[in-house]
Design a protein around this ligand. Structure first.
Ligand SMILES: C[S@@+](CC[C@H](N)C(=O)[O-])C[C@H]1O[C@@H](n2cnc3c(N)ncnc32)[C@H](O)[C@@H]1O
Length: 365
């Protein structure tokens, strides 16, 4: 095989491994490809992505800069360099990189998203609003940027648009579990599973996992299930859940649509771990969950605590919703759901902060 042919073979294997969620394997294939063909911007770019996924940030930065020396107009490399610099706590340099990515490819959503979020983190809300407004003016992912714009402006909408949720989680799916452990210290699925077990449930339940994501609840509750159904509207998250091989059914659907299409009295337990943060007005969810639960069935879920006092729910600047405990308790009362347990928990880390919230288990009377 020629040197170029060999480089191509390593490159193809590296990209395949990267796409399959194996950045470790990808890194070694791509390094070989780059040794054989040091002038390939594409190879160096993919190698930088693998290093970023592996958390090798200094190396990722070096390879993004190498890529851009070879191909200065590559907007995606500027964006990913920005994200790397942000992780390295160099916000000014990150901001400049996002700006370059936007100037080079104004139709690319990710740099507006990254820049807006960075500006919000820095408390520069007006600048973040201007960034989201620019994306909207240019017709880039209108549903997504309208939601972020509304959140940054303190508006209260009823629910995050499905396109926003899908774009957010499809993009995150491959790094989701690692991100949860490494940066977010997230343990809600395990805690919800423990809260349910504390009530001595029967084994062999029919369980519905709403917004199942990569399947962490499934993993923690599979031994309690006769039949386990996961529902999520992000196909890449469902793909990761499929890899855990613990669900009997995985359905790509919006929660409201899925619930309303189900027959009544179908489940013994409905779980929603860190999902109601994408649905502010949860009245309909409560009605439908109550309907699909069998008598004495449980609804176990988490809520994030509002950052300011509110009667029912609010859309936080983060783009997530938070419900007040009083609102949830009122809904439980009107739907005939008795409170079996309620505990204050740390939902996850958000930068240096810990986000407080509650875990509740309700029982259909
Ligand atoms: C923060 S993740 C939590 C995933 C999982 N429950 C866990 O605890 O690891 C939220 C998940 O809910 C899904 N989701 C949010 N809103 C949804 C909706 N309206 N319909 C279906 N899925 C939704 C997202 O796609 C994402 O996978």
């Amino acid at each position: 095989m020629t040197r170029a042919g060999e480089a191509e073979a390593y490159f193809a294997a590296g990209v395949q491994r990267l796409d399959a969620g194996d950045p470790d394997g990808a890194e070694s294939e791509l390094r070989r490809a780059l040794e054989l063909q040091p002038g390939s911007a594409e190879t160096q770019y993919k190698l930088a992505n693998a290093c970023k996924e592996l958390g090798k940030l200094a190396e990722a930065e070096r390879h993004y800069r190498g890529t851009l020396a070879l191909d200065p107009g590559r907007a995606e490399a500027h964006n990913n360099l920005g994200a790397t610099l942000q992780l390295m706590e160099r916000p000014d340099a990150a901001q400049a990189s996002y700006g370059r990515a936007i100037a080079l490819k104004p139709e690319l959503p990710q740099p507006y998203l990254n820049l807006g979020r960075l500006l919000q983190q820095q408390g520069k809300n007006d600048a973040a609003l201007a960034c989201y407004a620019q994306a909207l003016e240019r017709g880039v992912e209108p549903e997504m940027f309208q939601h972020l714009f509304d959140a940054a402006r303190g508006e209260r909408t009823a629910q995050a648009p499905p396109a926003y949720v899908r774009a957010t989680f499809d993009g995150l799916a491959r790094q989701f579990d690692r991100h949860l452990v490494d940066t977010l210290d997230y343990h809600i699925p395990e805690m919800l599973s423990n809260a349910v077990r504390a009530l001595s449930p029967p084994v062999q339940m029919d369980i519905l996992d709403l917004g199942c994501g990569t399947g962490l609840c499934g993993e923690h509750m599979r031994d309690l299930a006769r039949h386990l159904v996961g529902v999520d509207l992000a196909p890449n998250m469902l793909e990761m859940a499929r890899g855990r091989a613990c669900y009997h059914e995985l359905v790509c659907a919006e929660i409201g649509g899925y619930l309303s299409a189900r027959e009544g009295s179908s489940f013994d337990l409905v779980v929603a771990a860190d999902v109601l943060i994408y649905i502010g007005d949860i009245k309909e969810v409560f009605s439908e969950v109550t309907r699909v639960l069998r008598p004495l069935g449980w609804f176990a879920f988490s809520i994030e605590q509002p950052s300011q006092t509110c009667e029912s729910y609010r859309l936080e600047a983060s783009g997530r919703y938070a419900q007040s405990l009083a609102y949830v308790r009122e809904l439980a009362g009107t739907h005939g759901l008795a409170e079996c347990s309620c505990s204050n928990v740390a939902i996850r880390k958000h930068g240096a902060q810990v986000l407080p919230g509650q875990l509740l288990v309700l029982k259909k009377c």
